[in-house]
Design a protein around this ligand. Sequence first.
Ligand code: FRU
Length: 478
Amino acid sequence: MFDYEYYKQNYNAYSYMRDNVRKDNNRLRYHLMPPTGWLNDPNGLCQKDGTYHIYFQFSPFSSSWDIKLWGHYTTKDMINFKEEEPFLFPDIDFDRDGVYSGSAFVKDNNINYFYTGNVKLKDKQYDYINEGREQNIIHISSKDGIFKTNKKLIMTNNDFPKNMTKHVRDPKIYFEDDIYYMSLGARDKENRGCIILYKSIDLENFKYYNTIYTDYDFGYMWECPDIFKINNNLFLLCCPQGVEQQGDKYQNIYQNGYFKIDYDFIKNEYNLGDFVEFDKGFDFYATQTFQDEKGRRILYAWMGIPDADYTNPTTKYNWQHSLTMPRQLIEKDGRLYQKPLDELKSLRKDEIKCSINKFKNIKIEDICFEMNIEFLYNQEFNLQIRDDVFLIYKNNLLTLSLGKSGYGRDKRYIDIKYVKDITIFSDTSSLEIFINDGEYTMTTRVYSIDLKQQVKFLSENKGNILFYYLDGYNIEWR
Ligand code: FRU
């Protein structure tokens, strides 16, 4: 069993991983990565008494998919971070094959966590869809995000509607009118993805309330749901699996986006709007949001995707994947826009301010930068962001094209009628591109060998550039 004792006993034996990780030029400077090993979904995001807690799916001793813990970083300002000991271990029968994804809800003086205890039966052959798996919902609480109560099992597969497969997980709480709604991602027996809703008045006892479906085919499983309100607009975020590509939509193996949803919680009736993808890049999944003490709705996503058919070169250095940078969600006309969190401005160093044409003569010295481009009018362009990475706008298609440094990722595009501005956050091995005030984003990992790379316009354009080299996070490692 991978409990705390096992972790402690093996921690030193795996110290070579920590040494190896430090040698990798692709280690990111202002993103949260696993200290060693593997990272996927952000979990339990919250702020309590000024401190932000960022937990994540974590396999410390393996750089590929393995048994999951919850890793943990804390910060007060989103720039100075501390690596904490892992917060949750798979140490009871109900979560023995992984403490899977979950969330946090701060109530009174307590952080309430709900997560999925994953159990995989190995006594015989199973399909692991209808049989062979248990997914348990477990509750714990903590006053400081570090010390926690015992695990309390609150639901098992037997509590879920009878038409569900064994795939039901990733609890998240939405609170309205003194009622707590828990959403769970699910796959039903007809292989339709859906969200199951439970209702509670005390965060202890949950009663089945409803199941949310689209009235058309939309994948076989929806993971990582999140329901929240901004400016009186309710949104349901989730990650559908099994949706076919249609033009510029759904180019990745799995999807991550949101529906605008109108929910009459008295009549228990809902209306789903269209599904909008969060990101048009290669590496973006399992988004989770939370409201911080300033009232901002903040998003983190996993800058990776499950079951993708490429391997990242960082595995040679005993680590893989990272979270995106934190982004604030802004609602405009029922649509969500993403904005880099204001705190990231304090990473800015030297500023370069010039026209696009002048920028051509500047040699970029370091690949960690923020670049804001404002076009004077809608125009085609070809922007080189790495020696072999280009952002090209032509015939109403905005294409991100990666060469060798994409490690198998090649092109992603957006069908878009005008481009008025672009903001690029470039880190050693990642690009986060915000288009038209964050109406669209493209997020991807990219692995160049040399960190001095070409950044320049290959086309003639009219517009202005604000460019900053960026500092890294300050992380206090254990
Ligand atoms: C999403 C996901 C979740 C699950 C977790 C396991 O990436 O598959 O549904 O809880 O990862 O690590």
